[in-house]
Write a protein that binds this ligand. Structure first.
Ligand SMILES: N[C@@H](CCC(=O)N[C@@H](CS)C(=O)NCC(=O)O)C(=O)O
Length: 211
């Protein structure tokens, strides 16, 4: 059995997949692709993902792209580690949060704030624009904060694939926003995740700072 992942290790969507593989305790090979490594427009890469984005995963001869689909595939194919006792209902409850995190929190609200913070040089940052993006991101972040007031992980007391999205976004929030800790349940959740070796290795090991 071989698993190969194409993607640069600091990219949000790639990190979710690498973190998942580490949680599952699977061996895999990662190949640099995208960003400064390029390679997304070659015929070989486009044959795997015609949309030309990372991550892409190959499990033996099975190829998949779209990070959240990859997470669903991995946790259902390899029912081990934190997914060892996953029931169908628990899976769908987690998947509901995957969709919410991807569509209500990340696109476009949090992504807009995150990209502006990390890509726009300090001297070019417009304070009112930054404040408006931040306010937009705070809507779903406050909702997530309330959810985390009564449980250790996004869905329940059990780690799930929803945490693989939330954990990556929360990492950016905590490291980019000077007042991030005011969302106290998110801050505690970040501390909790930060104890996990797979999180340290695939998320915390990479620098995140405002441009
Ligand atoms: N919806 C896709 C988004 C894929 C995507 O946009 N990936 C980014 C990296 S996070 C990418 O390939 N950017 C071009 C590049 O890295 O050169 C997913 O979740 O996999």
């Amino acid at each position: 059995m071989t698993i190969t992942v194409w993607g640069r290790p600091e990219a949000v969507n790639v990190q979710k997949v690498l973190w998942c593989l580490e949680e599952l305790g699977l061996d895999y090979t990662r190949i640099d692709a995208g960003g400064r490594f390029g390679g997304l427009d070659t015929p070989d890469f486009l044959a795997m993902n015609p949309w030309g984005r990372v991550p892409v995963i190959r499990h033996d001869d099975f190829i998949l792209w779209e990070s959240n689909t990859i997470l669903r595939y991995l946790c259902r194919t390899f029912k081990q580690g934190p997914f060892a006792s996953l029931t169908d209902k628990a899976y769908y409850q987690a998947d509901q949060w995957v969709d919410w995190l991807a569509t209500a929190l990340y696109y476009p609200a949090f992504r807009q704030y995150y990209l502006y913070q990390t890509k726009t040089p300090a001297a070019e940052k417009d304070a009112s624009k930054l404040a408006a993006y931040r306010e937009e991101a705070l809507g779903p972040l406050r909702f997530l904060n309330d959810q985390l007031a009564t449980r250790d992980y996004v869905v329940s007391q059990q780690f799930s694939i929803a945490d693989l999205l939330a954990g990556v976004y929360v990492d950016r929030w905590m490291r980019l926003d000077s007042e991030a800790s005011s969302l106290t349940h998110i801050a505690r959740y970040f501390e909790r995740l930060s104890q996990r070796e797979p999180y340290k290795k695939t998320i915390l090991a990479f620098e995140v700072k405002p441009a």
